[in-house]
Design a protein around this ligand. Sequence first.
Ligand code: ATP
Length: 618
Amino acid sequence: MDHRFQVSLRGVIDLLSHHLYSSPGVYLRELLQNATDAIRARQHLEPGHTGTVRLELVEKQDGGPPTLVFSDDGVGLTEEEIHRFLATIGESSKREALEARRKDFIGQFGIGLLSCFMVCDELLLVTRSARGDGRTLEWRGRHDGTYGVAESAHPLERPGTQVFLVARPDMAEWFNAERVRTLARHYGSLLPFPIRLTVNGEQERLDSDGAPWRREYASASERRQALLEYGREVFDTDFIDCIPLRSQAGDVDGVAFVLPISPNFNSRQKHRVYLKHMLLSESAENLLPEWAFFVKCVVNANALRPTASRESFYEDDALAQAREALGQGLRKYLMDLAREDPRSLQRLIGLHGLSVKALALDDDDFYRLVIGWLPFETSLGVTTLTEYRRAHPVVRYTATLDGFRQVARVAGAQGLCIINAAYTHDAALLEKLSRVMPDAQVEPFSSADLPQSFEELSMDERDAVFPLLRTAEQVLAPFHCGVTVKKFFPAEVPTLFSSDEDGSFRRDVERARDESDDLYASVLEGVMEAANAEPAQLCFNLHNPVVRRLAAVTDRKMMKLSVEMLYVQALLLGQHPLSAQEMTLLNQGLLGLISAQLGAGGGTGGENDGGASSGGLH
Ligand SMILES: Nc1ncnc2c1ncn2[C@@H]1O[C@H](COP(=O)(O)OP(=O)(O)OP(=O)(O)O)[C@@H](O)[C@H]1O
């Protein structure tokens, strides 16, 4: 024999209040939504019906719980509808109409009314249907899951619905006049019909003039001012500009505000979204494309689906299409700025460069328009790509910060303009350049490319440095480092250590081998043997006075020691981590130099004592 599931209403209410709704205040949102849907349903029957929502708050003088009467002049309910829709959890009169009329109704799940049980134990709903027999019916629903229906002793004069809520003593704060006023404004400020609030007999209107972005303004600048003022009210921020938004998909319209400060990298903004003019969420995140983190927006959507919690939009095709269309609106704004107001675009890039770069990576047309305006850090200072290409036919860049540090100073002194493309998106943007603009030449650059720009020595100079070159080659052979002598700037730099990718790889493997156990070290040994034998190079700078003097030194030991120290110094200047062998070289070299400087005795032991005389301190 089959049995029916039993549903515990208390359990369901507990579930909703703790896991679905963000606060008990949403009861007012759900009542407003039902009233709005009922008015829309009546407008289908009676086109031209305007509709009004009334809230009457009675605060008891004797300390008893306050009562809220929530009335609408919507379509009302027949007796059959009461049993079917009010008393069955999960049943909604709007579901059947939903696909055909997604634009009309906000509700769809058939659970909204239950949220009232978060703030009161019993609900009295008095209703007269616009489609019915003129009778006024009372439905009394209780939080224990029981309900009753009866004909009312106080018939309503016109179709509509009144919901009576008596505050549960511990929930009286949610019936406080100021709170009710704030909540009604908060959720219903864009509704296209008036909301009237009566508190202890005194009436006030809470309605607004509708969505500010749809109002008529005398001029474009007045419109802009009014919208920026609205943005300030909503987000408490002085935005720098506003952008109209519209999408046919989801029937969305609204306004995006450009943030006056750079947001955290990739932080998605929280937007205020209305669904059919009722506030859905103040923290919707999934409305705009990911790159659009330079704006916050307020929009109304008529044909997107809410999630059951009503706090964001349901992720479906319509939302994806709307997101794409809204992104196009933002893209158009940036494209227009690039064409018509490059100064403003430059200011915007200064603040929101990351958004602009991310969009440029995504979109070739936009890329073509803005790439020339984007600033890049180079070895000759910050420059835009347009200025760069005017002065240098080939765009050269380093993709890492270490790579840039290794070349920036010397490259700058040679007049070479190298871009530091280690910033987010920069390398990808530069790599895209020759794809989008086939005449552009773009090349990665490393310290190994630098010596090509250095001046060659004359024949005489070559003869003069021959002993130095020979000694250095011998000293550095164990380090797999070749040697050249050239002339370059700045003259204060005595040597430049350069290596291509193979060289950096080899150094990394070498250091890993030093730190590994025997088995792994022998594997790494094999890797190193397979690698290019001499990918690194130490280039001596004959413009440097120390190097000139060193070339003339006849003391071979002193020359060897100096080469070792210059090698280690070049590594340190280039921010290359030292291997164990190089650390030893540094330590021995320092001691050797000190010892040589002392001129006598105190030798370091071994061959690096530079022939210093014996004896201690004099
Ligand atoms: N003010 C009203 N006027 C007319 N019918 C109403 C009113 N309030 C509720 N109803 C009826 O009660 C049903 C259930 O309401 P409830 O708020 O629980 O769910 P819903 O609005 O259909 O969906 P959701 O859970 O998404 O809000 C509605 O579908 C509607 O038929």
